[in-house]
Write a protein that binds this ligand. Structure first.
Ligand code: ADP
Ligand code: MG
Length: 261
């Protein structure tokens, strides 16, 4: 585990900012099937602490299923996943989900709770934190995502972009070692996409270990340390963005880029 602050800036982050813990992740020969349908085939991927990995590829290629395996919303058939060198398949799923956060396309906020309550609930219910301490931490996380002034708003009174920021603050509040993002800007109105992407880029710069499934090729090119291209359940190509976007090797990646760029 790497204590961030030091990682990318060379000095500790200011005391007032919530700390980031950056874990490593390694996927080894992962197979996953829904019944008869083989969805992940021999997936291997190494994610270094404090790096951003973008996963791109056509719809149905298995991107969401890969993320779901990484926090055990679904169970793989074979292979292993190591979080900081420790197999997650031996961990209790509830415990693992404190260490690996996830943000979804449709925010999944509780509609009857305010923004700050949505962030606090994870802390009081899952972490068993006292209310006053949870409120303090939730306030800090909301201000990190630029929503301190909206703490007492319910989700219905927030824009999609603001709701997604609350969801990100909620994931961050658990102090995960890795955060998974599954097409988190796909449901947003176009003018709201940039704000959320900027927030994610900022998180990456602060040294969070992130795996980001995205259709935003500009984001992948600019922010990713590595890009993995998936097709039909396999990682067909993986490398730094300059290689993936400017010098694709496989015909399938070339075709995919021709369609999306
Ligand atoms: P992506 O996120 O790249 O679009 P998914 O991981 O969602 O891909 O889906 C991969 C394949 O698994 C697709 O063929 C999809 O239809 C299938 N699939 C996804 N979820 C389920 C499920 N819950 N049950 C059965 N098949 C599923
Ligand atoms: Mg998906």
């Amino acid at each position: 585990l790497v204590e961030v602050g030091e990682l990318k800036t060379g000095k500790a982050s200011p005391a007032a900012r919530p700390a980031i813990k950056a874990g490593s992740l390694e996927v080894r020969d992962l197979d996953m099937a829904y019944g008869e349908l083989q969805v992940l085939k021999q997936i291997s991927l190494k994610v270094e602490p404090g790096t951003v990995t973008c996963v791109i590829g056509p719809s149905g290629s298995g991107k969401s299923t890969l993320l779901r395996c990484l926090n055990r919303l679904v169970e793989p058939k074979a292979g292993d996943i190591l979080l900081d060198g420790e197999s997650i398949l031996a961990m209790k799923p509830e415990k693992l989900r404190r260490r690996v956060g996830m943000v979804f396309q449709h925010f999944n906020l509780f509609p009857n709770h305010t923004a700050i309550e949505n962030v606090m609930l994870a802390l009081t219910r899952i972490k068993g934190m006292a209310g006053s301490q949870a409120r303090h931490l939730a306030e800090a996380q909301l201000s990190e995502v630029g929503l301190a002034a909206r703490a007492d708003y319910r989700p219905s009174r927030l824009s999609g972009g603001q709701q997604q920021r609350v969801a990100i603050a909620r994931a961050l509040a658990m102090e995960p070692e890795v955060i998974l993002f599954d097409e988190v800007t796909s449901a947003l109105d176009p003018e709201l996409v940039k704000g959320v992407l900027n927030l994610m880029a900022d998180l990456g710069r602060r040294g969070m270990t992130m795996i980001v499934v995205t259709h935003e090729m500009g984001f992948a090119r600019k922010v990713a340390d590595q890009v993995a291209f998936m097709d039909e359940g396999r990682i067909v190509e993986v490398g730094p963005p300059a290689e993936i976007f400017d010098a694709p090797k496989s015909p399938r990646l070339k075709q995919f880029l021709a369609e999306v760029l």
